[in-house]
Design a protein. Structure first.
Ligand code: GDP
Ligand code: K
Ligand code: MG
Length: 297
């Protein structure tokens, strides 16, 4: 049998569960998730390889209307992948009321491509079966899907079917990545993302959206199983800095502690993590800052 391989992009409105699905399919925490829109900022690749195939999933920021240069970068990296892949996974939420304008907009983009499209109805744990059937009927009227797969990414239900269906459309192809590589993100970037995930979890409103994380030092202690990491958290206002540091530094300590635990699991070593908060006015419109934080090609 010939080896099959290809790229699969995951698109959908913010918060439908794209990153959660990516983590479930690969069994690793590759992309951070949160209950807030615009958590994912880069197109992140997750790679699964078995004896006869390699699938590279691309998790994208949700498609939305950009408000600043960071937003433009995010939407471009989502839309840019659609036409260059072997298959598209379009995720919707089972608990949504019919087809909203956000989903209409995405389907309009998908209607111009010839790539196989899989409709994944996520969060089926939240609704009764009849609801899923009526969504299937409504969506299949709008666009032709190669298959429609109800899943619960959270409970890991139906995710194996997604992989099985994708394998059916994969062309013959090479091994793009070594078989033990699970993502294209450097360790430093995943660490920065984990810190940002804790900020998304612990703070609200504009604070997490105006935050960026820069790893300024990442060093293994010679001969010891310890990694020293230092990071700057950038925010846009003095008031945000106050919130991120918290009373007597409590918030920053909590962010650091929660992030350290995840990073230790990820790297399999002890970690010393130091974080600072800095204010950089309007950094989301500043090309140099966007580059420093990894949001420019
Ligand atoms: P993204 O913005 O599309 O990448 O969405 P995320 O993966 O960050 O998930 C958004 C929110 O939906 C998070 O709070 C997830 O825990 C939640 N979520 C994802 N999948 C499911 C699911 O199958 N069921 C339920 N109940 N919640 C889910
Ligand atoms: K999210
Ligand atoms: Mg995401």
């Amino acid at each position: 049998m010939k080896f099959k391989s290809g790229f699969v992009t995951i698109v959908g409105r913010p918060n439908v569960g794209k990153s959660t699905l990516l983590n479930r399919i690969t069994g690793e925490k590759i992309a951070i998730t949160s209950d807030k829109p615009q958590t994912t900022r880069n197109a992140i690749r997750a790679i699964i390889t078995d004896k006869d195939s390699q699938i590279i999933f691309i998790d994208t920021p949700g498609i939305h209307k950009p408000k600043n240069k960071l937003g433009e970068f995010m939407v471009n990296s989502a839309q840019g992948t659609i036409s260059t892949v072997e298959a598209v996974i379009f995720i919707i939420e089972a608990d949504s009321e019919g087809i909203g304008p956000g989903d209409e907009y995405i389907m309009e983009q998908l209607s111009h491509i010839k790539t196989p499209i899989f409709l994944v109805i996520n969060k089926i744990d939240l609704v009764p079966k009849e609801k899923i059937l009526s969504l299937i009927a409504a969506y299949s009227e709008k666009l032709e899907f190669d298959s429609i797969i109800p899943v619960s990414a959270l409970n890991n239900e139906g995710t194996d079917i997604v992989i099985r269906e994708i394998k059916k459309v994969l062309p013959e192809g090479p091994m793009y990545y070594p078989d033990d590589q699970i993502t294209d993100q450097p360790e430093k970037q995943i660490v920065a993302e984990i810190i940002r995930e804790k900020i998304l979890y612990l703070t609200k409103d504009e604070v997490p959206h105006g935050t960026g994380v820069d790893i300024i030092s990442f060093k293994e202690r010679p001969g010891r199983d310890i990694i020293d990491i230092q990071a700057n958290i950038y925010c846009e206002k003095d008031s945000h800095k106050g919130i991120l540091i918290g009373r007597e530094g409590k918030m920053l300590k909590k962010i650091g502690m929660m992030a350290r635990k995840d990073v230790e699991n990820l790297l399999g070593t002890k970690v010393f993590l130091e974080v600072w908060v800095k204010v950089k006015d309007d950094w989301r419109n500043n090309n140099n800052m966007l580059k420093t934080l990894g949001y420019k090609d």
